[in-house]
Design a protein around this ligand. Sequence first.
Ligand SMILES: C=CC1=C(C)c2cc3[nH]c(cc4nc(cc5[nH]c(cc1n2)c(C)c5CCC(=O)O)C(CCC(=O)O)=C4C)c(C)c3C=C
Ligand SMILES: [Fe+2]
Length: 362
Amino acid sequence: MTPARKGLLLINLGTPDAPETGAVRRYLREFLSDPRVVDIHPVGRWFLLNFIILPFRSPKSAHAYRTIWTEQGSPLMVHSRALEKAVAERLSGEYEVELAMRYGNPSLPDAVARLRARGVADFTVLPLYPQEAPSSSGSSLARTYEVLSSPWDVPNVRVVPAFHAHPAFLDAFTEVARPVISDARADHVLFSFHGVPERHVRRSDASGSHCLASAGCCDALTDANRHCYRAQCFATARGLAKRLGLTPDGWSVSFQSRLGRTPWVQPYTDVVLPELAARGVKRLAVMCPAFVADCLETVEEVAIRGRDQFLASGGESFTLVPSLNSHPAWVEAVVRLVRESEAAATSVPVAAATPAVPNRAG
Ligand SMILES: C=CC1=C(C)c2cc3[nH]c(cc4nc(cc5[nH]c(cc1n2)c(C)c5CCC(=O)O)C(CCC(=O)O)=C4C)c(C)c3C=C
Ligand SMILES: [Fe+2]
């Protein structure tokens, strides 16, 4: 019997189809209706969405998208498509590869249908978020399971775990960053991650008492915080700082993109930027290692608004390190993540099925 054809689903968050208020509104409606993103009572979410977020945020975000839109479309889509193409070429004959977006297009049901039409019955799913969060990788996986379980047959599914501290990811980002930081003669590197509400981190705290309970709760990854988004961000930053040879006061961490009035994980990027300038940092390089592709949050929020803020606070130069996008080192890293997850998945049942070697003494 020939083995089932293998498919690789690369999943990212999604982006509007056009930088117009209507398209942004449709995208935000789907995104912010997700209970893993806005985790409040459904009635409250409906009111918040329809009376506050959609009417006010859609035109404002559409304007922001227009400042970064390219001839080929939204940067997130352009880079994700380029990655899909490069990975498909690299894994040709081994995997059928499709890009899917959690919100918007190409939709998860369409991408899965395209893989199924090519005979795929064995799926590897790679959520393109280095750090795991219920609002990003969690939601993408939950929706993928739902789509794959319908209508009748349920295929084999392997998930590539979060790769926040995987050497292939850290090495690829280091390769991209090193020449940029050196050309910029940066005297400080800020690792700015997408934030999440503090409530989300607390809800994921299996110990019930570790997360955000002390100033140093994310200083190391332990059993207590292994699945904590903020702790994984700090682990990524430590891994990159080490590879880049940064001194302890030559780098810091912050969290961007907060939405609403509830507290999000801190320190906030828009608070840290003027603080760094006030501390005497002159030439700043910023890396955004929660994003594997440049997008609104890196190009508009950091490279445009962040730069303005830092320079207005007394900084002299501001350089955004580009994301991994479709850099060859990242394509190779993706191939390695996929192959390793397949090897791990196939080795587990074999190991489990192997009887324990009897103790000589016994
Ligand atoms: C990197 C992982 C991401 C997490 C975690 C995440 C959580 C999260 N995001 C919002 C609200 C918004 N995010 C928006 C854009 C956006 N978010 C991510 C990634 C994560 N979000 C990406 C890659 C992007 C860029 C998309 C693009 O088109 O380029 C937006 C839309 C833009 C805007 O209006 O600002 C919103 C809104 C919440 C509430 C949240 C966790 C609760
Ligand atoms: Fe976001």
